[in-house]
Design a binder for this molecule. Structure first.
Ligand code: PGA
Length: 250
């Protein structure tokens, strides 16, 4: 098991330059906590945050990338560009990309290869929809997403997986402990079977994580982090999650 929980803030399409003090407050407020803190701001803020957070323990990451290094892809950003802008991690396959932009697993896998090549540590997101859960397809969906979104190149590499039930994202609904434990056991077993693990992947849960539910969540067997959307936009709501990680067993 990793020694510290990874608490990741997914700012999604939120944040102008007046949000930089929030990042500073997160860095300042989490300084003494035993946790890895990562911020995934919109790409436009990465260079500014890289400056603003220089010398702090906060890790920066991109929210998505194109699978090519460079080329005629108007509006896209490559993994190398994110790295150049200050990122060292990247979110891939978030449900808002899979469902909002119809990204198939095979594309997520290509992006993961590009991310590794650029020296970024990927967090690959998977999760079932409510419909799929109600039809009893959760295990099947998660296994397919893991099989097809995680490229062989991850063998021996540093990467992480975030389980985010689509129905729990931004809804205030959180999966039950039993649902989380079942999904995490499946993921852990899959990773051990498929990959030669050199750096223990951190397994994150995402979907309506907040200061009230974080302590219980992070104490669950096998949960080594959280990917936080709404509650990560303000230091007052994000710091209690980092504080919960500080006291949770790893
Ligand atoms: P939420 O988002 O915390 O607002 O539910 C989580 C995510 O989408 O990563």
């Amino acid at each position: 098991m990793p020694h510290r929980h990874l608490i990741a803030a997914n700012w999604k399409m939120n944040g102008l330059k007046d949000h930089i003090p929030v990042a500073r407050a997160i860095a300042e407020g989490s300084r003494d906590f035993h946790a890895r803190v990562a911020l995934f701001p919109p790409a436009t803020l990465l260079p500014r945050l890289a400056d603003a957070l220089a010398g702090t323990q906060v890790i920066l990451g991109g929210q998505d990338c194109h699978h090519a290094d460079s080329g005629p892809f108007t509006g896209d950003i490559s993994a190398a560009m994110l790295k150049d802008a200050g990122a060292s991690m990247i979110l891939l396959g978030h449900s808002e990309r899979r469902h909002g932009h119809l990204e198939p697993c095979a594309l997520v896998a290509k992006k993961a290869v590009a991310a590794l090549k650029a020296g970024l540590e990927p967090i690959i997101c998977i999760g079932e929809t409510l419909d799929q859960r109600q039809q009893g397809l959760t295990r099947q969906v998660l296994t397919r997403q893991l099989t097809d979104s995680l490229p062989d190149d991850l063998n021996g590499a540093r990467f992480h997986v975030s389980y985010e039930p689509v129905w729990a994202i931004g809804t205030g609904l959180i999966a039950t402990d039993a649902q989380i434990l079942e999904a995490f056991a499946l993921i852990r077993e899959f990773l051990n079977r498929r990959f030669r693990i050199q750096h223990e992947p951190q397994l994150l849960y995402g979907g309506s994580v907040n200061g009230s539910n974080a302590a219980t969540l992070l104490a669950l067997e096998g949960v080594s982090g959280a990917l936080v959307g709404g509650a990560s936009l303000k230091a007052e709501t994000f710091l209690p999650i980092i504080a919960a990680a500080h006291t949770a067993p790893v």
